[in-house]
Each structure stands twice: as C-alpha cells, then as structure tokens.
Design a binder for this molecule. Structure first.
Ligand code: NAD
Length: 135
C-alpha cells in the first residue's frame, strides 16, 4: 500500500532546520533616512511589541526615545539595554506612568518634552493589556 508522508514529514524533509533568530542588536537594521536623527515616544515599551518598536527605532538610527510604561523595573531595564547598545548616539529616557490616568499621560508628555526640547517626531502607542489565557 502506498502511504503518503504526513505534511509535517514532507516539510521536515524539504528544509534544513533553521537557526533561531538572532537577538535584536545595534546592527539589526540599516539606518533609515526618514527615522534617523528623530525622537519618539513609545508607550508600553517595557516589553512585547513596545519594546520591539523601541529597539527597531534605535536600530533605524533614531536619536532619542522616551519609553513609557507602568512597569518601572522592566522599563528601566529596556532603557539601560538601549543605552548600553547605542551609547551616545541614542538618548533613551524612561518615564514610569500608568497611562489609564490623564494626569500621568500629561506628565509623560511633559517629561519627554523636557528631555528633548519639545521635539517629538512620533508617538507609538503599545501600552495595553493582553489576555492570552485560553488562546
Ligand atoms: N503580541 C502580539 O503578537 C500582538 C499582536 C497583535 C496585537 N497586539 C496588541 O498589542 C498590544 C501590546 O501587546 P504586547 O504583546 O506587547 O503586550 P505586553 O503585555 O507584552 O506589553 C504591554 C505593555 O504595556 C504596559 N502597560 C499596560 N497597561 C499600561 C498602562 N495602563 N500604563 C502604562 N503601561 C501599561 C505593560 O506594563 C507592558 O509593558 C496589546 O493591545 C495586544 O493585544 C499584540
């Protein structure tokens, strides 16, 4: 009897196992003309999508990023990792803020403005809660 291989086996035979993706680094992306030298606010930047956005902006040549998050320990760790990776070419600021409060939003904007002389080229809102249970 002719038995067809399962799809899983067919794929495994076709392809060599791929190496895991390298971690984000200072050289992960080429500098971008439109992002280079600019400064941004990224919310929810302590982990997940927000952290990835902050890393990508830094890799693209951004001059500054204000990381905003309610999680101070993780947010400060992301700021420190960016500072270590990019040195003087990137100014990274962390602002602890619970963005469910309008006052905290205003304070985060004020702290960014104070750090970057009022300049803000973009805002990426990633702060959110994400229930993964049951997925
Ligand atoms: N991860 C994915 O693949 C994916 C895909 C599509 C959409 N999304 C959406 O993107 C958003 C972020 O996803 P994620 O995976 O990065 O989530 P995450 O839970 O990993 O990160 C969210 C970040 O937001 C911060 N945060 C939450 N509430 C806050 C508040 N009130 N003030 C300040 N910071 C706050 C958290 O501390 C955390 O650092 C969610 O809305 C999610 O549904 C995620």
């Amino acid at each position: 009897m002719n038995v067809l291989p399962s799809r899983r086996n067919a794929v495994a035979e076709d392809k060599e196992p791929s190496a895991p993706s390298p971690p984000p680094s200072a050289h992960a992306a080429a500098p971008s003309k439109c992002l280079s030298g600019r400064c941004y606010v990224v919310t929810g930047a302590a982990q997940g999508v927000g952290e990835a956005v902050a890393q990508a902006l830094a890799a693209a040549g951004a001059a500054g990023v204000t990381l905003v998050d309610v999680n101070a320990a993780k947010g400060e760790a992301v700021r420190a990792s960016l500072a270590a990776a990019y040195g003087a070419s990137l100014r990274a600021v962390f602002v602890e803020a619970d963005l469910s409060s309008a006052d905290a939003c205003a304070r985060a904007v004020a702290e960014h403005a104070a750090a970057f002389g009022g300049k803000c080229d973009g805002l990426v809102n990633c702060a959110a809660t994400c229930a993964r249970a049951g997925w």
